[in-house]
Design a protein around this ligand. Structure first.
Ligand code: COA
Length: 415
């Protein structure tokens, strides 16, 4: 079966996490992704957080599947010539260097357009134009400047970053959409264009509901579904809402059997309005079905924490999976807190290819997250990440370099 992006060639100048997640997705959709790495060391993540000495780290292998790797010193004149050939022959250049690095290398947008007016140049940067545009940025900086940290955690504690890499992988996802959209527009214009995802913007986009709440707070002074509502404690900006549901249906994380020793023996429980009578029956509080203090969603709002405490009395008698089974029988929305160990061992995630076991010549087999986006006509086959420079010769000969020229470049340490 063909692949959606077959025939698209990507010059992958990315490193660390944000850029590589983007080009990995494009590779899974069938693009030919050529990862250009610094001769000698390559992407810094190859050597970071290593679990096996001398072997590419999981950090690297899990972000660079289905790519080919070539080494190239793009600061040397002969390296620049190879890069020029690559630019002429590729459709997209993706990079996430520190601001200005591509210009300093001699490859400004204008220069790239001279070489290939059809080229799409896609970048991840920490910030868009403005006071911080020259700053280097990592994941948690983006979470802090994009609104996530200020709105995550409990209001009696400090701001909190999330385990989900919304700054890096979130930006990579946004950038991938920008790239395929620019490729689509190129079909009619014949021209390339620049695509920029600022990590701050990507995080803010994912925190959209919190900007909604900021405006609701400014207008009304309170937000009824926030845990602060019961005590009327609101300040000037959106508070941290703990585990409260961000939507219109109140929810909270409740303890389950074993919570004293198992940090993940919890369930997320949602008091959806439609199933309120079932909730009351299940926890033995039938009187709440008609009690005017509890009968309507509005009446329940100031009493939510007491309601969750009552449901928790019930949930602590059950494991999170037992609670999930019972609540689902009554159509009550909920979800167990799955540990990474449980997720790694989940047979249904393996069956759908969301968790994949991949073989690697140096590390043996390892688990990775496969393509979370499933296309019925473009199935994803996850192939291991390339070794550093594994495809340098193959790619240079595809670009028209003779074996002698390749040997010369190697001798000069350009590759
Ligand atoms: N050959 C020669 N030089 C190369 C090269 C190659 N193949 N590939 C990269 N380089 C050079 C760059 O040109 C740059 O040189 P310069 O500083 O002289 O201009 C240098 O390597 C370092 O690149 P840089 O991007 O500055 O790396 P860093 O390790 O200092 O910073 C980040 C890392 C992630 C902080 C920074 O790249 C950044 O802010 N990126 C944008 C935001 C981002 O994606 N952050 C998330 C990362 S998960």
């Amino acid at each position: 079966m063909g692949k959606a992006l077959e025939g698209v060639r990507i010059l992958d100048f990315t490193h660390v996490q944000s850029g590589p997640t983007c080009t990995q997705l494009l590779a899974w959709f069938g693009a030919d992704v050529i990862k250009v790495e610094r001769a000698g060391e390559g992407d810094a993540t190859r050597g970071q957080l290593r679990d096996i000495a001398g072997v590419d780290s999981l950090y690297f292998t899990m972000l660079n599947h289905n790519k080919r790797s070539m080494t190239l010193d793009t600061k040397r004149p002969d390296g620049k010539k190879v890069l020029e050939t690559l630019i002429r022959q590729c459709d997209v250049l993706v990079e996430n260097f520190a601001p200005g690095a591509l210009d300093r290398m001699g490859f400004s947008w204008e220069r790239i357009q001279e070489l290939n007016p059809r080229m799409i140049v896609a970048s991840v940067k920490g910030f868009g134009p403005g006071p911080y545009e020259h700053c280097k940025v990592y994941e948690n900086v983006a979470q802090c400047t994009g609104g996530a940290a200020a709105t995550t955690g409990f209001d009696d504690g400090p701001p909190m970053v999330s385990g989900a890499q919304i700054g890096d992988s979130g930006s990579g996802l946004h950038l991938a959409l920008g790239i395929v959209t620019a490729l689509y527009q190129r079909n009619t214009t014949g021209r390339g264009q620049r695509v920029l995802t600022a990590m701050q913007d990507a995080v803010l986009n994912l925190c959209r509901v919190k900007l909604r709440d900021q405006q609701r707070l400014e207008r009304n002074g309170v937000m009824e579904e926030y845990p602060q509502f019961a005590e009327g404690r609101f300040g000037e900006s959106v508070p941290r809402a703990g585990n409260a549901s961000g939507g219109g249906q109140p929810g909270w994380i409740l303890k389950c059997k074993g919570w004293e020793s198992d940090p993940n023996a919890y369930i997320y429980f949602i008091a959806q309005a439609q199933v309120w009578p079932s909730v009351c029956k299940l926890i033995g509080r039938e009187e709440w079905i008609l009690d005017p203090d509890y009968a309507t969603p509005k009446a329940r709002l100031p009493r939510l924490m007491a309601i969750f405490a009552a449901v928790e009395e019930w949930s602590t008698t059950l494991t999170k999976f037992e609670a999930m089974d019972i609540l689902n029988k009554y159509d009550i929305p909920c979800g167990p807190i799955l540990s990474m160990k449980e997720i790694a061992e989940d047979p249904s995630l393996r069956a759908t290819g969301t968790i994949v076991e991949v073989d690697h010549p140096e590390r043996g087999s390892y688990l990775t997250v496969g393509n979370p986006i499933k296309l019925s006509d473009s199935p994803t086959e996850v192939r291991r990440s390339p070794l550093l420079g594994e495809h340098t010769d193959e790619l240079l000969s595809e670009l028209g370099y003779s074996p002698e020229q390749i040997a010369m470049l190697r001798e000069e340490r350009v590759i």
